[in-house]
Design a protein around this ligand. Structure first.
Ligand code: PHB
Length: 400
């Protein structure tokens, strides 16, 4: 054995060796970075974390945090890294962020999409880059037709609207006025509610709309009063229900004997607890209630609330199931993305907090149970209490 420091005591050589040592260490470090990069898959999540739809972003982000905590952030033998980006609900921003996530971050999947226009703006990027795009929130029927790389874990407005139309027709409601937000999901809600209600001999007296941004409900509520229907059917996107409900009560429509019926977007679990007694008794239909009595949902709600300190709504469940769908796909592809991941996600079925769900392999849209619910007070809080169910409902918007 030779002692380099004393034997060959050239400081030049020692410097050379030190440099080599440093390089070797650096190379080792680089190697492990490369190995780590290979062991990590990135998922790009785009959500409205600010702006008028911020509650959707907050709910889905909280659900993703729960999934990460429960799964240890692993899928298909890989570490999962989620990159959450805020589009503030602006479609041009969504599209730019999607482009950056695909090109710079090389994400295996895009997910999120809090509003229909945001999902539609991103569809061409999914198609061009062959990147799977999981719609966790937006709910216009046609979204899944905008790209063969889109799958959906939320719901469709035709699914939700048909249930309450059936209930209304069978429960003595003959004349209805409809009120919807004036964009994609509102068009779907209005059309599928009216078609099903007319089929059951109901009558739609008037079809009213409010703008998506900063709606003023006063003028339309006056029109509803004047039309004197048996019931008002409403769809508004998540986040607008509380304000609408307040004005409905303030203008005395409930006392004028006009029943309120809706999709569950209006009696949204995110806001329901603070809506007050005007919401009591509102019958509505939807795919998820935080009060769904299954053991899987009780566990989900308890763990979600423990982590996030608020009640999960249907947006949270769309986000949670979207993460599970991507993870199940990655298990099959051993972490590969692209077409392989797309194929692996089609046809997946599992028990969600809402009930059993299936991602239809042909349409890439969700098949799920739709519940009829009534807002009731339990332990001093308002909940959507399910009292009827239609099993395994496919999107009626695709059965032309
Ligand atoms: C949508 O923009 O597709 C959307 C947003 C919120 C909802 C439902 C649909 O509650």
């Amino acid at each position: 054995d030779r002692d380099w420091s004393s034997d060959v005591c050239s400081s030049d050589l020692r410097h050379h060796l030190l440099t080599l040592g440093t390089l070797a260490a650096a190379a080792l470090a680089l190697g492990s970075v490369a190995a780590r990069a290979e062991d990590t898959v990135k998922i790009g999540i785009i959500l409205p974390m600010t702006g008028p739809s911020a509650s959707t972003g907050r709910q889905i982000d909280a659900a993703i945090k729960l999934w990460m905590a429960q799964s240890g952030g692993k899928a298909g033998g890989k570490k999962v890294e989620v990159l959450v980006k805020d589009d503030a609900g602006v479609a041009d921003t969504t599209r730019r962020l999607a482009q950056e996530l695909v090109v710079n971050d090389k994400v295996v999947a895009l997910a999120g999409f809090g509003l229909t226009p945001l999902a539609l703006a991103t569809a061409p990027i999914a198609t061009q880059s062959k990147t799977p795009m999981v719609v966790m929130a937006a709910a216009t029927s046609s979204i899944t037709e905008a790209s063969p790389y889109i799958l959906r874990t939320s719901f469709t407005l035709p699914q939700a609207a048909v249930g309450i139309a059936e209930w209304a027709a069978k429960n003595g409601i003959k004349k209805v006025v409809t009120l919807v937000a004036d964009y994609g999901p509102g068009n779907d809600a209005e059309k599928y509610f009216a078609d099903r209600f007319l089929l059951n001999s109901g009558q739609v007296l008037e079809k009213l709309r409010t703008p998506l941004r900063s709606p003023d409900f006063a003028p339309v509520l006056q029109k509803v009063r004047d039309a004197k229907p048996d019931a008002l059917f409403v769809f508004l996107p998540s986040g607008q229900g509380a304000q609408f409900m307040k004005q409905f009560g303030e203008r005395g429509l409930d006392k004028a004997g006009i029943k309120l019926i809706a999709t569950g977007d209006v009696t949204d679990d995110d806001q329901l607890a603070d809506m007050g007694d005007v919401a009591l008794g509102v019958v509505n239909s939807h795919h998820y209630s935080a009060a769904h009595p299954s053991p899987a949902n009780k566990k989900f709600v308890a763990e979600f609330e423990a982590l996030n300190k608020f009640r999960p709504n249907f947006m949270a469940v769309g986000g949670y199931d979207g993460m599970r769908l991507i993870a199940k796909g990655l298990e099959q592809t051993k972490g590969a993305g692209g077409q392989a991941l797309m194929d692996a996600m089609k046809g997946q079925t599992f028990e969600s907090p809402r009930g059993n769900i299936l991602i239809d392999a042909q349409t890439r849209d969700i098949v799920q149970d739709i519940y009829t619910r009534k807002v009731e007070k339990k332990d001093g809080q308002l909940w959507n209490i399910e009292f009827d169910v239609q099993k395994s409902v496919k999107d009626p918007g695709k059965q032309k």
